[in-house]
Design a protein. Structure first.
Length: 287
């Protein structure tokens, strides 16, 4: 059984050591083991419960209410997705890659593909930057990207259907959302060419010349100022011209004026992207 010291728990959960000791004295929570040297040490389940208490407090509950709720509903009694998420974060803390794979396997076996992707994998990816240090984030995000890539590759490519090129622009290495987009489009009959992370404009030009896509979708996750967004997007659109370009991701949400001024479009989801393509196709047909 892996046990973690209180200093490690405080660093990884954001709850100070003094606060954890005070909770233990006042509420009988958490319940650490004692080492031979009388140091506090915590099991994975206790770590999961501490994290749940912290989340309930952030949602507006008092400390006593949060602890009471966690005591009333053990991890095993949570809904499947929530229970697996708690196990995932607990395994990340101790960098247990085997347990992480087991959690991902169980989630995939118990959920429909799009629920597994949208309701389980992507929320884990979005929370990593707030929850984890760099080493743990790299471990966990790599395993989730591998799972998304495997789901995308296992989906049969249909012989007919619109073609789309998917890429993250130069210097953007976060491709999890892009892989999920590719999966959703492929399941809807699109033929997907995945270029992935950190794709320079010249690579976009070569891909467009080779596969002649109806659409290019770019995922901006890395935070950039308006000038950099304008520079990167201008180069990408020149490389893809005359193909329609749609962008998405948190890296451009606050720069929509720049996006629209350059002639690109913005979508939050696969459904919005498809709707934009259909509108453009309808306008072209009318012309």
């Amino acid at each position: 059984m892996t046990l973690l010291r209180i200093r490690t728990i405080a660093r990884l959960t954001g709850i100070r050591e003094a606060t954890l000791r005070a909770w233990e004295r006042r509420y009988g929570f958490p319940r650490p083991h004692r080492s031979e040297n009388n140091y506090r040490a915590y099991t994975r389940e206790e770590v999961e419960n501490i994290r749940r208490v912290a989340r309930h407090i952030s949602e507006g509950l008092s400390v006593s209410e949060a602890i009471a709720q966690v005591k009333t509903t053990p991890v095993q009694g949570l809904p499947t997705g929530e229970r697996l998420s708690e196990r995932f974060w607990s395994a990340v803390m101790v960098m247990d890659a085997d347990e992480l794979r087991r959690v991902l396997d169980e989630g995939q076996a118990s959920m429909e593909v799009e629920v597994y992707c949208n309701g389980f994998l992507l929320p884990l990816l979005r929370e990593m930057g707030m929850r984890l240090d760099i080493a743990r984030e790299h471990l966990a995000s790599a395993l989730i990207r591998q799972r998304l890539r495997a789901l995308l590759d296992s989906e049969e490519q249909r012989p007919e259907g619109p073609r789309v090129v998917l890429a993250c622009p130069a210097r953007d290495h976060h491709e999890g959302g892009l892989l999920a987009l590719g999966l959703h489009l492929k399941r809807r009959g699109w033929r997907v060419t995945m270029l992935g992370a950190d794709t320079p404009a010249e690579a976009l030009r070569g891909a467009c010349a080779q596969v002649h896509p109806e659409l290019v979708a770019l995922s901006f996750v890395r935070s950039r100022d308006a000038a950099e967004v304008s520079e990167v997007l201008t180069e990408a659109m020149r490389a893809c011209a005359p193909t329609q370009v749609v962008v998405g991701g948190p890296g451009v949400r606050e720069h929509l004026k720049t996006v629209f001024s350059l002639g690109a479009q913005y979508a939050e989801s696969a459904d919005e992207l498809i709707a934009l393509w259909q509108q453009a196709r309808g306008a072209s047909n009318r012309t």
